[in-house]
Design a protein around this ligand. Structure first.
Ligand code: ADP
Ligand code: MG
Length: 536
């Protein structure tokens, strides 16, 4: 071999070596990244852990906070609001009633023609309208004008079979699923907007000093604008505002009941099933209400209701306990939210947030462990781009090569990933949804414990004397909301955890039932039982 040949051979060998070294380095880097990704995931999973003993602490904390909230105004983060619903539907309601449901991504208008115990619901019609994003952060007046215009047009399309009685105003139940401090069945002041609503108001409203203080306390000094917003929006009588918008639109209609959506769901559920005692909403937001003995409410002022019981709107989204499993991801989600420091329980369990928790942990793995390759897909930075239905779809993917996960990663994040990465994405979904579902179960068991329905044969007979107490054979929890309805694995986790907590025997006396769209019908039913024309 000549000198030239030797040189070429040396260069060739060096190049091979360099390539090999590069490949080895790459492999080493990939391994390190993968271990790092696993470590991040395991950390997160540990932070989300909900072993049974921990859930029991959450159950007990829920009971303690319920007592505190019932004891006095501001006694707990759980507001335990009085609903002024002292009677639930019986089946005897009659006539045409409307309902308007505002509180999520959509609002709904609905009418029912009721025909007493025999005929029940003769007919019903509804329409759903999505709320333009601009109105969700606009002014109260604009929002209510928009809603009333849609309602008015819905009324003009009243079909065959719907009969308002001659000379009577149409009546409406207003389902308003934000925290409202009610002063009667048909009036109440908004305490705060939640779930991404941030309505502005120019006038400093009738707001309780206590509430102002709380709004201030929960915000950091850097969020002055948000804080100002919070303080300006709250405190108005929402029925007055809706009624005023009806006036502006010359709509002859009377709002006879203002109900939280959980209370509507309870009323709707009770119309069909006397054993419904608790209602839970698991949709964009989350909340619960239940039937409480009036004499168990120390903060109650005035005459006790004839029925002896009343419905308490817990506003459980703001439940807080140091036993709740929380991770740094939850802290940053909270800090970046419209209402930092607030709605702590809701941010762990509701449909608005589950997708974003998953996105945040994936982003962390992408940034710190190159989960999706050397560059982080830019869509991963966009808040709320991954929605809870996407999480549910990926979680339900049972194909060997995780086709659905591939699809969601492609469509939402414009990226792709190896099978083992797709598997870890499913694990993240499982962790986030599992924690949420188990916490909801603990919350429900907390309510059952508070009303003595968590153990076998422990039903308080005194409760059975009044109309609100059901028959006492069983305790039914009416559930509504897209998260519960459309996320089968979430539902399974929730039900299984309730059985774990209650024990098999006691769990047999409890049923969790989907009460689809009960809140709309429930509001119409409550409008009927609180009609201005009823003799009571
Ligand atoms: P809202 O709470 O806005 O009144 P819904 O009760 O219909 O309305 O709940 C809608 C919410 O349910 C969505 O914001 C979403 O978080 C959740 N959701 C809807 N579809 C699904 C799904 N397929 N899987 C999981 N969650 C879903
Ligand atoms: Mg809803």
């Amino acid at each position: 071999m000549g000198r030239m040949g030797v040189t070429l051979a040396i260069i060739g060998a060096a190049a091979t070596c360099a390539i090999a070294a590069h490949l080895v380095a790459k492999r080493v880097r990939q391994r390190a990244n993968w271990s790092r990704a696993l470590a991040i995931y395991h950390d997160f999973r540990d932070g989300c852990a909900t072993p049974l003993h921990r859930l029991r602490q959450v159950v007990d904390a829920m009971v303690v906070e319920m007592h505190a909230g019932l004891a006095l105004e501001g006694g707990s983060k759980l507001k335990m609001l009085l609903s002024y619903v002292d009677n639930l539907p019986t089946g005897e309601e009659n006539g045409l009633f409307y309902a308007l449901d505002l509180g999520g991504t959509n609002f709904r208008v609905l009418r029912v023609q009721l025909a007493g115990t025999e005929g029940r619901i003769l007919q019903q019609e509804y329409e759903e309208v999505s709320i333009p994003q601009a109105l969700m952060v606009g002014s109260n007046e604009e929002l209510f004008d928009f809603i009333v215009a849609e309602l008015a047009s819905f009324i003009t399309r009243e079909g065959e079979g719907f009969h308002p009685l001659l000379g009577r105003q149409r009546e409406l139940g207003f389902t308003f699923s934000f925290p409202v401090k009610q002063t009667s069945i048909d009036s109440g002041n908004l305490l705060k907007w939640t779930k991404g609503f941030a309505i502005k108001e120019t006038e400093y409203a009738r707001i309780e000093p206590q509430e102002v203080q709380r709004s201030f306390k929960c915000c950091t000094s850097t969020s002055w604008n948000r804080r100002a917003l919070l303080c300006h929006v709250v405190g108005k009588d929402v029925v007055e505002e809706l009624q005023a918008a009806m006036g502006r639109h010359k709509l002859d209609m009377r709002v006879t009941a203002l109900v939280n959506d959980t209370v509507g769901t309870l009323a709707g559920g009770r119309y069909w099933n006397e054993d419904v005692m608790v209602a839970v909403i698991l949709g964009t937001g989350s909340n619960a209400c239940y039937v409480e003995r009036a004499d168990a409410i120390p903060k109650w002022r005035g005459v006790l209701p004839k029925s002896g019981s009343t419905v308490i709107n817990m506003e459980w989204g703001s439940f807080w306990s140091s036993h709740l499993p929380r991770t740094p991801v939850d802290d940053t989600l909270d800090a970046d939210s419209l209402n930092p420091g607030d709605q702590g329980f809701e941010k762990l369990i509701s449909g608005m947030y589950l997708g974003d928790i998953v996105r945040r942990i994936l982003l962390k793995m992408a940034e710190e462990a190159a989960l999706f390759g050397n560059t982080v897909p830019s869509n991963l930075f966009i808040p709320f781009i991954l929605r809870t239905p996407d999480v549910s779809a990926m979680h339900a993917d049972e194909s060997a090569d995780l086709k659905e996960v591939t699809r969601v990663l492609r469509v939402v994040f414009k990226t792709q990933a190896s099978l083992r990465v797709r598997k870890i994405v499913v694990d993240v979904c499982d962790t986030v949804a599992g924690r949420a579902a188990r916490l909801v179960a603990a919350g429900v068991v907390g309510i059952l414990k508070k009303i003595g329905r968590d153990t076998v044969g422990n039903i308080d007979m005194a409760r059975l004397k009044n109309n609100l107490a059901g028959k006492g054979r069983k305790t039914v929890v009416a559930m509504d909301g897209g998260l519960y309805e459309h996320y089968p694995k979430f539902r399974t986790y929730l039900n299984d955890t309730a059985v774990e907590l209650l024990g098999k025997e006691a769990a047999e006396q409890v049923a969790v039932e989907l009460s689809k769209d009960g809140s709309g019908i429930g509001a119409a039913l409550l409008a009927a039982s609180h009609s201005q024309y009823s003799s009571d």
